[in-house]
Ligand binder design. Structure first.
Ligand SMILES: CC(C)(COP(=O)(O)OP(=O)(O)OC[C@H]1O[C@@H](n2cnc3c(N)ncnc32)[C@H](O)[C@@H]1OP(=O)(O)O)[C@@H](O)C(=O)NCCC(=O)NCCSC(=O)/C=C/c1ccc(O)cc1
Ligand SMILES: O=C(O)CCC(=O)C(=O)O
Ligand SMILES: [Fe+2]
Length: 361
């Protein structure tokens, strides 16, 4: 039985057990109507960020992509300079975006006992996982986020194992965003002198995909905690769909002499946020940048976001591409097995851009 509000303010109530083990998540806590943030969620001061107003990441209109080469150029420039941009008129149908947002609300609206069936301990497969926070065993403070993470192996596996409340919408979104993904990667590769995406390159760039459904419930003291701590993604590219609430921040001006800080990514209806991940930073020998970002939950509303991580295959060895090194550039990264890289990322708490040190020469 769910605890009463009075019980939640006493030490006799085991927050971690309620949130993590019983599958209630932070949604369960928030739904209880707690008035202050439990101490387990209070982040150390250094996790809190300096927000820069009046700056933003580029917004790129793709309507004339086929006829105007400047649009591809602005994508590549944004990937070099910011590692983050928003796309409008990107060709993924709006009803598909709405469908996957509705599916996310449907999934998180299920009873805890149903969602718990997909937890690490009970899930029928490693490719389906419901959880809370990022890496609860290794974090000093927990994160204010619940998630469902679905690794795509095949249509058949997804049909058999993904939760029926969301599988069709997730698959449709992944299918419809693939065309866009190929367009962006082709343009990004041309700039690196990679003229053709052959089978091997296709595997390195988009050999595996994972979709996460993120749920950040209303939070009593959002300034004291994080929805997601500062991190860069380990993907090649991430396609992020967010709802209208806002709360995603991206680091700008790091090491550039200007004010180092974080800018908000304002929700734009129908848009997709694209960011470069560590795998593309490594493949491009640092030319495209995977940039730190984090999420602050809302004090008044429940927020959802849906990233699709487009990645190398777990069995691929990644390192700087030969085309990039052809002109004599020194490699900044060694060759590493991609699944080792991802395991290293998942084993620790979020720690900004430290993951990539694992691949440095
Ligand atoms: C190494 C993987 C991830 C799992 O392989 P496995 O053989 O099933 O290995 P394990 O089940 O032993 O999982 C390794 C560790 O990763 C953990 N893990 C296994 N999936 C998960 C999971 N979705 N979530 C968070 N821990 C997990 C898992 O709990 C385990 O930790 P530990 O038990 O402490 O040893 C394998 O699927 C793989 O190589 N995948 C490559 C494709 C891939 O998933 N790429 C990552 C794209 S995700 C990305 O860019 C960003 C994600 C992200 C996510 C949340 C954020 O807050 C921010 C960013
Ligand atoms: O919720 C968001 O806006 C971003 C989430 C994120 O960075 C992630 O899941 O990797
Ligand atoms: Fe991320």
């Amino acid at each position: 039985m769910a605890p009463t509000l009075a019980e939640t303010t006493t030490d006799s109530f085991d927050i971690a057990d309620f949130v993590i083990n019983q599958g209630n998540g932070v949604k369960g806590l928030s739904d209880l109507g707690i008035k202050s943030l439990p101490r387990q969620y209070i982040q150390p001061q250094e996790a809190l960020i300096n927000i820069i107003p009046n700056e933003s990441i580029p917004v790129i209109d793709m309507s004339n992509w086929e006829n105007d080469p400047k649009i591809a150029e602005s994508v590549c420039e944004a990937a070099e300079k910011f590692g983050f941009f928003q796309l409008v008129n990107h060709g993924v149908p709006l009803e598909v975006l709405e469908g996957v947002k509705d599916a996310t609300h449907r999934f998180f609206g299920l009873p805890a006992a149903v969602k718990r069936k997909y937890s690490k301990e009970l899930s029928p497969s490693n490719s389906v996982r419901f959880g809370t926070s990022f890496s609860p065993d290794s974090e000093k403070a927990l994160e204010w986020k619940d998630y469902l993470s679905l690794f795509y192996v095949s249509e058949e596996e997804a049909s058999a194992l993904w939760p029926p409340e969301c599988k069709d919408d997730c698959l449709e979104y992944m299918k419809k965003s693939e065309i866009l993904c190929k367009k962006l990667l082709t343009a990004l590769m041309e700039r690196l002198n990679v003229k053709e995406i052959d089978e091997k390159k296709e595997s390195l760039l988009m050999g595996s995909r994972r979709i996460n459904l993120n749920y950040y419930p209303r939070c009593p003291n959002p300034q004291l905690t994080v929805g997601v701590g500062r991190h860069s993604d380990v993907s090649s590219l991430t396609f992020l769909l967010q709802d209208e609430i806002g709360g995603l921040y991206v680091r700008v001006n790091e090491g550039k002499g200007e004010e180092d800080g974080w800018v908000h990514v304002p929700p734009i209806e129908g848009s997709l946020v694209i960011n470069v991940g560590d795998a593309l930073q490594i493949l491009s020998n640092g030319r495209y940048r995977s940039v730190e970002h984090c999420v602050i939950a809302s004090g008044s509303k429940n927020r959802i976001s849906i990233p699709v991580f487009v990645n190398p295959k777990p069995s691929d060895v990644i390192g700087p591409l030969p085309e990039v090194l052809a002109a004599g550039e020194k490699p900044k990264y060694k060759n590493i097995l991609y699944s080792d890289y991802v395991k290293h990322f998942f084993r620790k708490a979020h720690d900004g851009k430290k993951t990539v040190e694992f691949a440095e020469m």
